[in-house]
Design a protein around this ligand. Structure first.
Ligand code: ATP
Ligand code: VIB
Length: 248
């Protein structure tokens, strides 16, 4: 069963954990195309990155995201083995205004044949620029996996949520955006009914519950069943906490 598509015309089914499940090789011929965007945010778990990478048929680093990828990969090898380290999970493209990309990182990636492209526009973020590239290079993309965070700078964090909402709701309603951060997976749920399959439904379940910023917001809810149904009249951000450890 495809857990993304509307099954009966009225509900969409999602399985937030599918992209962190084990996959031996990179997905280049998947029916439902996915792309990975690596943002300039801390990446601590190599296995998390590898899982997302293997589910994507196109991987793009947003400017300083390439520094993060470089640092994580090289930390796992001897310093002299940096080519081997970088070739283990090579991005297809590094893109952005390139004001954060370190010179050495750029040179090293260029040396192993990774394309680096610059767009100096000062009215769009590197994340926004990368989404455009993904759509250009992978026109049939259905899921965009974003490895990032809303920790750190508040303007960047709120800006990222704003862009996820804009892209999902207004610009690319046929594409689903997933934000994979250190501790959780988030996606914007459209109006109507969404069924979410998780390892575990919600402890604080609500019915006919008005929700808005400054009004009522459900945070820190607990998942206690395998199937959650969310019916909403406005888009909502759904976040599920990740299990502490990924299992093989
Ligand atoms: N603290 C942060 N929180 C959330 N997202 C971030 C943060 N820092 C960077 N990002 C994301 O990573 C992308 C690349 O960031 P980078 O630092 O390389 O460029 P920037 O010039 O600071 O950002 P931008 O050009 O997008 O304003 C940004 O577009 C943003 O989406
Ligand atoms: C009202 C307004 N606020 C901020 C920026 C600046 N800005 C927005 S995106 C971006 C690119 C960052 O790499 C920059 C510098 C602007 N142009 N307009």
């Amino acid at each position: 069963m495809d857990h993304h598509l509307a099954t009966n015309g009225t509900s969409v089914e999602l399985r937030p954990t599918q992209y962190v499940e084990r996959k031996a090789h990179r997905n280049c011929d998947a029916k439902r195309k996915a792309a990975l965007i690596v943002l300039n945010c801390p990446i601590k778990e190599p296995l998390y990155l590898e899982r997302l990478y293997n589910h994507a048929s196109f991987c793009i680093c947003a400017d300083g995201g390439a520094n993060r990828l470089h640092d994580l990969l090289t930390s796992q090898y001897e310093p002299s083995d940096w080519t081997k380290a970088l070739r283990s999970l090579p991005p297809d493209l590094i893109h952005g205004d390139l004001d954060s990309l370190h010179d050495t990182v750029r040179q090293r990636y260029e040396q192993i044949g990774v394309e680096v492209s610059q767009d100096g526009d000062q009215y769009s973020t590197d994340f926004g620029k990368c989404i455009k590239k993904v759509i250009e290079r992978l026109p049939d993309v259905r899921d965009i996996l974003v490895l990032g965070s809303i920790g750190g700078r508040v303007d960047q964090g709120i800006g990222l949520l704003h862009e996820l909402y804009r892209e999902q709701v207004h610009r690319h309603p046929d594409v689903r955006f997933w934000l994979f951060s250190e501790a959780s997976v988030s996606t914007v749920l459209s109006c109507g009914t969404t069924v979410i399959y998780t390892p575990l439904g919600l402890e604080w379940d609500v019915v006919d519950w008005e929700s808005e910023m400054g009004g009522q917001v459900s945070t820190s809810n607990h998942i206690v069943a395998e199937r959650i149904t969310v019916t909403t009249t406005k888009e909502v951000l759904f976040t599920v906490e990740r299990a502490r450890a990924l299992d093989d």
